[in-house]
Unconditional design. Structure first.
Length: 35
């Protein structure tokens, strides 16, 4: 699913902090911090 989001972000030219790829990944990382 991440690759699909990444593809759409690249395809739409929105691969930055406003893309779904970034926001969804950020939400997961915030929810499950590595430490």
């Amino acid at each position: 699913e991440q690759f699909d989001l990444l593809w759409h972000a690249l395809d739409a030219g929105t691969l930055d902090k406003t893309s779904d790829f970034y926001t969804k990944l950020k939400a997961v990382k915030d929810k499950y911090p590595k430490a």
